[in-house]
Ligand binder design. Structure first.
Ligand code: SF4
Ligand code: SF4
Length: 270
């Protein structure tokens, strides 16, 4: 499998204190993506121009000849260069996760995120199974754009799914994420019908979905198909901006939703 990062002591990726593993590769291209370095399934070199002091120690190659060997990143004294993406086996990943068991307490555990962890389904199922056998609480964070069979593979070893709904409007979904939301909504409906634990998460993106009509439609859909244990509305944050630039991409910027707006949208679900 290929992952981009393992973050420890995370408080926002499920209950309690968690270790979050970011898988690399995603079929969606959300314009507000927080982690653009997880979109591609390949290793990538990030270059943070503003950190570069021009010392030349890195002896970096030019863009055309770069094979993402990472030598320049290792040599750079300022952290201006960074490689996103490392290969590992399910066992190697499990060995990293189990080092944190002492910090999980009663509620915490591991969260597999991304990118879309559910597209690397075989190694994901393998590492989930190892965690479950050790009694570690497991969360899968997904955008749901995978065959339902993938959910069936991980269900026995997953305590909770964090399931994103980005937009109910199909045309807007296609426009802003690059894919249709049909499969995503169908999968969520099926997941509810098998009775697994779900938290629905909705990123709030001004000018895209921060309106009462969108939220009402999502709520009506949820009322029809099942009751999530929790619904979280997550305000947009331009976290991905510097990473997009470091990847040589042009970031799409949105406003940050104010607290009044967030409050009024949350009320729809209360
Ligand atoms: S990652 Fe390797 S190949 Fe790419 S610029 Fe750096 S040293 Fe050159
Ligand atoms: S080693 Fe780092 S700081 Fe120095 S020139 Fe290379 S990228 Fe810039």
């Amino acid at each position: 499998m290929i992952i981009s990062d393992i973050q420890r002591f995370c408080m926002h990726d499920g209950p309690g204190v968690r270790t979050t593993v970011f898988f690399k590769g995603c079929p969606l291209r959300c314009k507000w993506c927080h982690n653009p370095e997880t979109q591609s399934y390949q290793k990538e070199l990030l270059f943070y121009k503003e950190k570069c002091i021009g010392c030349g120690i890195c002896k970096a190659c030019d863009k055309e000849t770069c094979i993402v060997c990472g030598a320049c990143a290792k040599n750079c004294p300022t952290g201006a260069r960074e490689v996103a993406g490392r290969e590992c086996t399910a066992r190697e990943l499990y060995d990293q996760i189990q080092k944190d068991v002492a910090f999980y307490g009663k509620k915490g555990g591991v969260t597999f995120s991304g990118g879309e962890c559910m597209t690397q389904i075989e190694p994901l199922a393998e590492v989930l199974k190892m965690c479950k056998e050790k009694g570690i609480h497991t969360v899968v964070d997904t955008a749901g754009y995978v065959p339902f069979g993938n959910f069936e593979k991980v269900m026995p070893y997953t305590d909770l799914f964090l399931y994103d709904i980005k937009l109910f409007n199909p045309e807007k979904h296609q426009k802003y994420t690059g894919v249709s939301n049909k499969l995503i909504l169908e999968n969520l409906k099926k997941l509810f019908s098998v009775g697994v634990k779900i938290w629905v998460r909705i990123p709030i993106i001004p000018s895209v979905n921060d309106n009462i009509d969108e939220m009402r439609k999502i709520k009506e859909f949820l009322d029809e198909c099942g009751t999530p244990e929790k619904i979280e509305l997550l305000p947009y944050h331009p976290m991905g901006e510097s990473k997009s630039q470091a990847l040589g991409k042009t970031p799409h910027l949105f406003e940050i939703p104010d607290s009044e707006k967030m409050k009024s949208l949350k009320e729809i679900f209360e």
